[in-house]
Design a protein around this ligand. Structure first.
Ligand code: PEP
Ligand code: MN
Length: 280
């Protein structure tokens, strides 16, 4: 791929590790979990405690929601960020939250440990530049109509501002399929690893929009080599103000986390074991 001066692969096998409050993304498998949107202190703090207990390393939650309709809930804004801060103080979990407006980047960055740039804003070049200047790590979601090359060029915009901490996140792309909300492109995970040194997460919640697909796609993402997952979890999904059909209960999330742990142990040393058992 041409001209990926900073996002492109360097020496073979060299990976970028991004440290966020002691969590080493790119080195350890990191699960980011939390509600789609921040709704109340009780909802966020209870969810944060539950996902931490299950093994999540970071808390997600939107205070600014990019919604299809202007009449849908748009997020609590500053009040939401203060609630996330409370949940961070109670649990110690670092916070990932979305910023949708260039004018908000610097003050949202005062609350967020990681700034999320959503799929709809992936190619908002002024927002990318501002996020690059913010000094905060940036989670850059893949645009729903974007190629790998376009996505990595957007990472390049952030990196070119002197911010080396970019985390990619595959969240599904638009295809002719309508059964799922999006088509989760897991093949992009090993593809990213071939052409870039940046860590890549998978978001099976927006990637499928189907409750029953979140667990199998999470396990598959681990096998495909993802550096972690971003998963929506709500204490009471039917009452959620957004994305209620795709949010896991803390119980279902706990079961998934145990399976991920077992799968990680099963996969440890896979290459070495395959080499040992290879026919002479
Ligand atoms: C989100 O993670 O809250 C979100 C809106 O996701 P996406 O930008 O991938 O649609
Ligand atoms: Mn959502």
């Amino acid at each position: 791929m041409k001209n990926l001066q900073l996002a492109g692969a360097k020496e073979p096998g060299a990976r970028t590790v991004i440290e966020v409050r002691g969590v080493r993304l790119g080195e350890e498998f990191v699960v980011v979990a939390g509600p789609c949107a921040v709704e109340s202190e009780d909802q966020v703090v209870r969810t944060a405690v539950a996902v931490k207990e299950a093994g999540a390393k970071m808390l997600r939650g939107g205070a600014f929601k990019p919604r299809t309709s202007p009449y849908s809930f748009q997020g609590l804004g500053l009040k939401g960020l203060k609630i996330l801060d409370k949940a961070r103080r109670e649990t110690g979990l670092p916070i990932i939250t979305e910023v949708i407006d260039t004018r908000d980047v610097s003050w949202v960055g005062e609350y967020a440990d990681v700034l999320q740039i959503g799929a709809r804003n992936m190619q908002n070049f002024s927002l990318l530049r501002e996020a690059g200047k913010s000094g905060r790590p940036v989670l850059l979601k893949r645009g729903m109509y974007s190629t790998l090359e376009e996505w990595l060029n957007c990472a390049e915009y952030i990196l070119a501002e002197g911010n080396p901490n970019v985390i990619l996140c595959e969240r599904g792309i638009r295809t002719f399929e309508t059964y799922t909300r999006n088509t989760l492109d897991l093949s992009i995970v090993p593809a990213v690893k071939m052409v870039s040194h940046l860590p890549v997460l998978v978001d099976p919640s927006h990637g499928t929009g189907v409750l029953g697909l979140i667990e199998p796609m999470s396990l598959a993402a681990l096998v495909a080599g993802a550096d972690g997952l971003e998963i929506e979890v709500h204490i009471d999904p039917p009452s959620a103000w957004s994305d209620k059909d795709q949010q896991l209960t803390p119980e279902a999330f706990g079961r998934l986390m145990r399976k991920l742990e077992i799968l990680r142990e099963t996969m440890a040393g896979l290459d070495a074991r395959a080499a040992e058992t290879a026919a002479p």
